[in-house]
Design a protein around this ligand. Sequence first.
Ligand code: NAD
Length: 501
Amino acid sequence: MTSAASSVAAACAGATPRRYPHFIAGRFVPEGRTEFENINPATGAVVGLVPEADSALVDAAVRAARAALDGPWGRSSEQERAAILRKVADGILARFDAFLEAEILDTGKPRSLASHIDIPRGAANFNVFADQVLTLSTEAFRTATPDGAGALNYAIRVPRGVIAVVCPWNLPLLLMTWKVAPALACGNTVVVKPSEETPATATLLGEVMNAAGVPPGVYNVVHGRGEDSAGEYLTRHPLVNGITFTGETRTGEAIMRAAATGVRPVSLELGGKNAAIVFADCDLDKALEGVTRAVFANCGQVCLGTERVYVERPIFAAFTERLRLAAQALRPGNPFDAATTLGPLISHAHRGKVLRYYAQARAEGAEVVAGGGIPDLPAPYDGGAFIQPTIWAGLSEHSPVMREEIFGPCCTLVPFDDEDAVLAAANDNPYGLAATIWTRDLARAHRVASRIEVGLCWVNSWFLRDLRTPFGGSKQSGIGREGGVHSMEFYTDLRNVCIKL
Ligand code: NAD
C-alpha cells in the first residue's frame, strides 16, 4: 500500500496518527516549520499530523509549477490533457474507499453523504472538464482592408500559468477538484492550499496524479493555515498568475488585496445566507424533503444551504411542525455507520461559534422549535463536535441570526403573506449566493427567480447540479462564475491573432 493510503487505513483503525506531507514536483515532502494536528471532528481524536509550509516551501512549490509549464505539460495538446484527466478520474474511483475514509476522518460527514456526493463528484469534475476542453471554440472575424485582401482575426486560448487554488473544509475533494480539473484541462499548473482542517484528500490525490502520468510540478499541494502561513504566502507569491478561492467572504477580501499586487485575476466563491421561499401551492412533501436537505445536509455546512425559510402563512403551522419532525429524526453518531444521518461540525471552535448564535437566538426571545443545544452521545462521539439540528421562529429580520452566515444545521422560519414583501425580505441581505423557490405556479417561479438577487436559484429542487452551468454568487457571495465554459474563461487568457492576408 502507498504511504498516504496506508496512513488513512491506519488512522481508521485508530493507530498512531500519520503524516500528510506536502506534494511538490511529484514528490511527497514532509518538511515544515511546525506540525499541526489533524482532528477527527466526530471523536476529537488526533488522526494525523500535518507539516505547515513556510514561505520557502511555498516558493519551491510555485517554482515547481512554473518550471512544469516549460516542460511537456506546456507543450501538451488538449487531447493529451483530456486523456490524462480521465485517468485521474479513474484513479480516484479505483481508490474510492481510501478517498472516502480520508474524507470522513477529516470532516466527520456521514458515509452515505460522502459516498454519494464528495468522492463521485471529485472524480466527475475531471471527466466533465476533459469534455469541456475538447468542445471549446473561439471566435474569428474577417476584416476588410483598403487593399481588398483583408485580414483574418482569430482568438486562441492560452493557459494563464500558475494557479493558486485555496480551498475550504466543507467539501474538500469536491471543491478542490472543481478548480484543479478545469485549470489543468486548460494547460495551467496548480499549487493547492487545502484547508488546515482537511488535508488528507488533496495529499492522496498526489498519488493519483503520479499514477495517471501527470508530469511533476503540474499538481502541487502545500499545507498550512491562512494568514501569515501557507495561504497568504501562496496568494502573495509574485509568480502566481491567478487565484481561485472558495471560503468566507472576509478571507476573500484579504485574497483580493493580495491579488491586487501584480494585478492577478481572482475567482471568488464566498459565503451565503440563503433563503428558501415556500409558497402555499407547493408540493408540500417535496418542499419539506428539499428544505430539510438544504438546511441540515453536511450538518448545515454547505455554502448553498438554507438558513432563512420564508413560508406562506396558510401552510406555516403545518410546515413548521413537519420540519421539526424531520430535524428530530436526524441521527448523529459514528459517520461510518449507515444509520447515521448527521455528522458533527468541522471543529470544536466552529461549534463554539454556532452555539453563540444558538444563545443569541434564545436571548432575543426566539421560539426554539427544535434543538438548540448539544446532543447526548456515547463515547467516543461525546468528544466530537456534534450539535443539535435547530429551528427558530419569531426572530426579527434585523437579528444577526437572520443576517449573518452561521454555517450550522439551523434555520429561522418566517411567515409571509405577499410575493413582493417576501422578495424584499429575501433580498435584504449582503450575501447573494443561492435561493430555492417552492411552488407549482411556474410563472410565479420564473418571476421570483428573475427578481431574487443570487447567482444560483433552484425551483422545486436543491443542489441539483449540471456542471456545465454557471456557478457563483452575487453581491458579497463572490466574483465571477465557474462551471462549464465559465471555468474555461477564468483559467485561460484569450489572445487575438490578426493576420493581414
Ligand atoms: P475560510 O475562508 O476560513 O478558509 C478557506 C481557506 O482559505 C482555507 O484554506 C484557509 O486556510 C485559507 N485562508 C484563510 N485566510 C487566508 C488568507 N489571509 N490568505 C490566504 N488564504 C487564507 O473558509 P472555511 O471556513 O474553510 O469555509 C467555510 C466558508 O466557505 C463559508 O463561508 C462558506 O459559505 C464558504 N464556501 C463557499 C462556497 C461557494 O461556492 N460560494 C463553497 C463552499 C464554502
